[in-house]
Design a protein around this ligand. Structure first.
Ligand SMILES: [Zn+2]
Length: 493
């Protein structure tokens, strides 16, 4: 009997190995081949000084914007005018809700759909208790050890100023864009963008504007962050997750704790919350995540390449590995985060009510209603109500990675950052660009900020900074992107 089975098993194993090997080798690189370009030469330190001046302005966003910070925003507007006179001569400038900025540079081809670059003016506050952990005063705009230090140096004044540095240079050279170029600089991105980007989107929509594509802040050039990849990876966010908070409230009869009934408000709520953590929304390597891994796999080495090139066989193994990491897990599913719980106010009294907030980040493909249905089915308790709380938004549409606009960004990165792998990816946090979804054919969330694992906590955190050299790369990126978009890269090298 065994003699008959063994050769059969061996044949199956050999066929599997062969299929794995063929798949691994067949999936060739998707990286586009472009010759590197001569980097634009300019005074990098002077550009860093201008960024540092912007960092000194406390354009801090908090709910109920104060008059004090409104004055800081106006100072920032004045800085832009002072530092970039040619840009301000070439572009039309409007303010929206007083503090947000909308610029337009009319294109030479009125039939072409416009393009939009975005960067927000506001910054997050310094978390109280962390002030002393800073190696430089967060609002001093210090340049030290080759870095511009301070709140906003990375998020997002570097991008705002790099866009204007690029436009200033282009305007000085007599360049005119082919497509009309909009620059949007919102003042309330960190608190939802309703007064800024959302209002600007509505204004442009009322004028009948339809955008070819938008580039906003987002994913980065990661260095050593992606397992199995020994080169930098420029990740372009082609979609953004949605946002939903559900309020759970358990009701029970209040009473004395000396005679507790079998079911209490806190007990029922706790059990429901535990079930929600246990039975999460399903994870899968599909959609944007699948596209990212398909693009990265051929660039990887060793076992990672074999595994990711053969998801038909190793999918379950890879998925369970990815689910173990918080950031990779967030790419595969709608995440469930228990963020607030309240109930009871005295040790010997059973409360009549216990409440919790659960925050979900919705994967493209899932919906807010789908999440609510999942929660109700998982809670499965009539004594617990489930209701939406606060603002919510659905995941954005997925922008095409096969579109000419994606290829334009891809090419610009490959020209300027040689050896960098470019891949589409999923933005798991929110950006102002989501407000443009209804007026744009495509939205890409990318900024060529270089980041290693140890840099990531600086984002919204302590010791935020950007290197002078990296800031110069941002300027070159926007400069080259606009040249490439105009289709005149050769004579304008
Ligand atoms: Zn930001």
């Amino acid at each position: 009997m065994l003699k008959k089975i063994l050769p059969g098993l061996a044949a199956i194993l050999a066929a599997l190995l062969l299929a794995v090997a063929i798949n691994t080798l067949r999936q060739g690189s998707r990286q586009i081949d472009v010759p590197p370009v001569q980097p634009l030469a300019f005074d990098e330190n002077a550009a860093a000084q201008r960024l540092a001046a912007a960092v000194r302005l406390r354009t801090i966003s908090f709910d109920g914007q104060s008059a004090a910070s409104a004055a800081e925003f106006r100072k920032l507007h004045a800085l832009l005018k002072k530092f970039f006179p040619r840009a301000h001569a070439a572009l039309k400038r409007e303010t929206v809700n007083e503090l947000s900025l909308l610029y337009a540079w009319p294109g030479s081809d009125p039939a072409a759909k416009p393009v939009m670059l975005m960067a927000h003016q506001d910054v997050v506050p310094i978390a109280s208790g962390t002030e002393r952990d800073w190696q430089a005063d967060p609002f001093a705009g210090e340049i030290r050890d080759g870095f511009v230090w301070g709140r906003g140096a990375w998020d997002n004044k570097a991008n705002l100023f790099a866009i204007f540095e690029a436009i200033e240079t282009l305007a000085a050279s007599g360049f005119k864009p082919r497509q009309t170029l909009y620059i949007v600089a919102g003042h309330d991105e960190e608190i939802g963008g309703e007064q800024g980007a959302m209002a600007i989107a509505a204004l442009l929509q009322s004028r009948g504007v339809r955008l070819d594509f938008v580039v906003d802040e987002g994913l980065l050039i990661t260095e050593g962050i992606l397992k199995g990849l020994d080169r930098p990876a420029a990740l372009i966010g082609i979609a953004e997750k949605g946002y939903l908070t559900l309020a759970l409230a358990a009701k029970a009869r209040p009473g004395h704790s000396s005679m507790p009934p079998p079911e209490t408000a806190i007990g029922m709520l706790s059990a429901a919350l535990a079930r929600l953590e246990d039975r999460q929304m399903p994870a899968a390597i599909r959609g944007v995540a699948a596209e990212m891994f398909d693009t990265l796999a051929p660039e990887m080495g060793g076992v990672n390449r074999v595994l990711l090139s053969n998801l038909w066989l190793f999918g379950p193994v890879v998925k369970s590995q990815l689910e173990k990491g918080a950031s990779t897990n967030a790419m595969l599913r709608t995440t469930t985060a228990l963020t607030v719980v309240q109930g009871g106010n005295k040790e010997n009294v059973l409360p009549g009510r216990a409440e919790a907030l659960v925050n979900f980040r919705i994967l493209p493909g899932d919906t807010g209603n789908g999440v609510s249905a999942h929660v109700k089915a998982t809670v499965a308790n009539e004594a617990i109500s489930v209701a939406r709380s606060g603002h919510a938004n659905e995941p954005t549409p997925i922008s095409p990675s096969a579109a000419p606009s994606y290829r334009l960004i891809n090419r610009t990165i490959r020209e300027l950052f040689s050896g960098t792998v470019v891949a589409p990816s999923l933005m798991i946090a929110a950006t102002d660009s989501r407000h443009m979804a209804s007026i744009a054919d495509a939205i890409y969330r990318f900024s060529p900020v270089r980041a290693k694992s140890e840099d990531l906590p600086r984002f919204h955190g302590t010791n935020e900074r950007i290197s002078v050299a990296n800031h110069a790369e941002l300027i070159r990126f926007y400069h080259r992107l606009l040249l490439n978009a105009a289709g005149t890269p050769e004579e304008k090298k």
